[in-house]
Design a protein around this ligand. Structure first.
Ligand code: ATP
Ligand code: PH2
Length: 166
């Protein structure tokens, strides 16, 4: 069985429902088992600042799907949840990125694994550290915590645990 980590992000309300529905749709697939879920984090937008705060989380899955089939299913979920692709890095109902797939590296533009920007994203590294503290991310061959240490304090401050009651 293959082990992958996926990043989920949303900044259009109802944000919590989009996360819940995306996870349900992952669990509905007979070839995917979601075996780890991080907490939900509220995060300041990175890249394109003029947009609402995100909810982000990371899940660990086991799957018999090959990487492109997994990407295809992630994109089906994005489409079902009404994802529009207009502004790069802009607002979205749900974004599902494949962070890692086993210890594989893929350099095909349509599917870059590990995700090439994950090392600079505290909104990915903090939840990944929570569920897989010892996992060494291929390409950098470093744990999430070690990559976090290379980021600015301000990037890390933009990520805080989210609870429904604020
Ligand atoms: N690891 C990956 N996970 C998901 N999509 C990927 C990955 N590597 C490459 N892609 C490609 O990136 C394309 C654009 O993806 P998307 O619209 O989700 O980007 P984005 O969320 O705006 O930016 P980012 O990838 O920085 O999070 C997808 O169509 C997909 O083919
Ligand atoms: N905080 C945060 N910022 C982002 C996010 C995201 O999920 N969270 N996704 C982006 C495009 O992939 C761009 N910027």
């Amino acid at each position: 069985m293959n082990q992958a980590f996926l990043s989920l992000g949303t900044n259009i309300e109802p944000r919590l429902d989009y996360l819940d529905e995306a996870i349900e749709l992952l669990e509905d697939h007979r070839d995917i088992t979601v075996n780890r879920k991080s907490s939900i984090y509220e995060t300041v937008p990175v890249g394109y600042a003029n947009q609402a705060d995100f909810l982000n989380m990371v899940v660990g899955i086991e799957t018999s799907l090959q990487p492109f089939a997994l990407l295809d299913y992630c994109q089906q979920i994005e489409n079902r949840l009404g994802r529009k692709r207009n502004i790069r890095f802009g607002p979205r109902t749900i974004d599902l990125d494949i962070l890692t797939y086993n210890l594989e590296n893929s350099t095909v533009e349509k599917l870059l694994i590990p995700h090439p920007r994950m090392n600079e994203r505290a909104f990915v590294l903090i939840p990944l550290h929570e569920i897989a503290p010892d996992f060494k991310i291929p390409l950098w061959n470093k744990r999430a915590r070690e990559l976090l240490q290379l980021l600015q304090e301000s990037d890390i401050k933009g990520v805080r645990k989210w609870t429904q009651n604020g």
